[in-house]
Design a protein around this ligand. Structure first.
Ligand code: KG4
Ligand code: ZN
Length: 345
């Protein structure tokens, strides 16, 4: 069975082909960084337009690389939400119309389910059940994953997502969009102990909060500015490192608590912030100290991509999601509304 996966929920156009038994046979990703950077963030209308321009050529590229024709596809999976409505409509309408023409199923996929299952594309991959730390630009959640579609959110951010905090603080530091990876690169040159920052909600349950940390950063940054408002390079790097350390320690502490609370012995890192090297190192260390096995997909599978959508679509090929309308776009779609696939149907 071959499933084409299409991801257009935000500012990356991702396409990949998953084949059962063989894995990902070809994939393409087009980033819109250059388009949005002038505005300091994603401009939804520009995102939709660029998806329109890029998507079909990427689909054809992927098929060419896999040496397949459209007729060789068995299903087309696409991100149906959550995400930017215009961007979702682009991927969904191409997927649904191609599937209609080819008389094959179009499978609406939940973007976060894609992130959660991305680890399954790597070897070794975890067995169910596992604990997932899902940290992206829009979400920060701790999820008990019992199987495909069997998700229990046991902790989440009360305000900003971790990636959003990275992006906002990067902007305060004058770094170009997209801020998260830039801030992480700067942090590698800095001293994370230089500035004292809060560890929000430490020891207080599994929920998280990052907006107070962002405010503390704004105050710390302002206190370092010269009379003309400029920031010395050393201070900028140390501020970035101190911020990253606060986020990493906070997330690591929450994972430790969640592993204890659930008794799970496998921890999976998912979502764009999962590409952060300091976080990966810290969670690996946590795993060693508590005897849990930690799985983190390669950075390209943590950030948005078509492969995770193709794979999640394959997992859903016969499940209740195939009973969803062929074409749907759901900008808001809570993960725990999903049901497991029922392969008897
Ligand atoms: O999962 P993702 O690609 O898109 C969403 O579904 O949101 O996550 C994007 C987020 C952005 O906030 C970005 O700044 C952050 O992940 N991010 C990082 C790193 N790479 C991406 N944050 C910290 N360190 C990184 N290396
Ligand atoms: Zn994402």
């Amino acid at each position: 069975m071959r499933v084409l996966g299409i991801e257009t929920s935000c500012d990356e156009t991702g396409v990949a082909l998953y084949e059962a038994g063989r894995g990902i046979r070809a994939e393409r990703l087009a980033s819109q960084v250059a388009i949005h950077s002038a505005y300091g963030g994603v401009v939804p209308e520009l995102a939709s337009r660029d998806h329109i321009a890029k998507l079909l050529p990427l689909v054809l590229d992927v098929l060419r690389e896999a040496e397949l024709e459209l007729d060789d596809l068995d299903a087309i999976a696409y991100t149906a939400g959550p995400g930017l409505i215009g961007a979702l409509l682009v991927g969904g309408s191409l997927a649904a119309s191609l599937a209609y023409g080819l008389k094959i199923p179009a499978i609406p996929v939940h973007h976060l389910e894609g992130h959660l299952l991305a680890c399954m594309l790597e070897e070794p991959h975890p067995e169910f059940p596992f604990l997932a730390l899902l940290v992206s630009g829009g979400h920060s959640q701790l999820i008990e994953v019992a199987g495909v579609g069997r998700y229990r959110i046991i902790g989440e951010t009360l305000d900003d997502a971790a990636g959003e905090a990275f992006d906002k603080v990067a902007r305060l530091l004058g770094l170009p969009y997209p801020g998260g990876p830039q801030l992480a690169a700067l942090a590698e040159q800095g001293d994370g102990d230089r500035y004292e920052l809060p560890r929000p909600l430490r020891g207080q349950g599994l929920d998280m909060s990052f907006s107070g940390l962002k405010t503390a950063m704004r105050l710390a940054i302002d206190s370092c500015r010269a009379a003309d408002g400029s920031l010395a390079d050393r201070a900028r790097a140390d501020l970035a490192a101190s911020f990253e350390k606060a986020v990493v320690e906070t997330l690591t502490g929450k994972c430790r608590q969640a592993l204890e609370a659930t008794g799970l012995a496998r921890l999976v890192i998912a979502g764009g912030v999962g590409a952060n090297r300091a976080l990966r190192a810290s969670l690996a260390e946590l795993g060693r100290s508590v005897g849990a096995r930690v799985y983190y997909p390669k950075p390209a599978l943590c950030t948005d991509n078509g492969a995770m959508i193709a794979y999640a679509g394959w997992c859903r090929r016969l499940g209740p999601q195939t009973k969803l309308p062929r074409f749907m776009a759901k900008p808001r779609w809570p993960l725990d509304e999903l049901e497991p696939p029922d392969f008897r149907t």
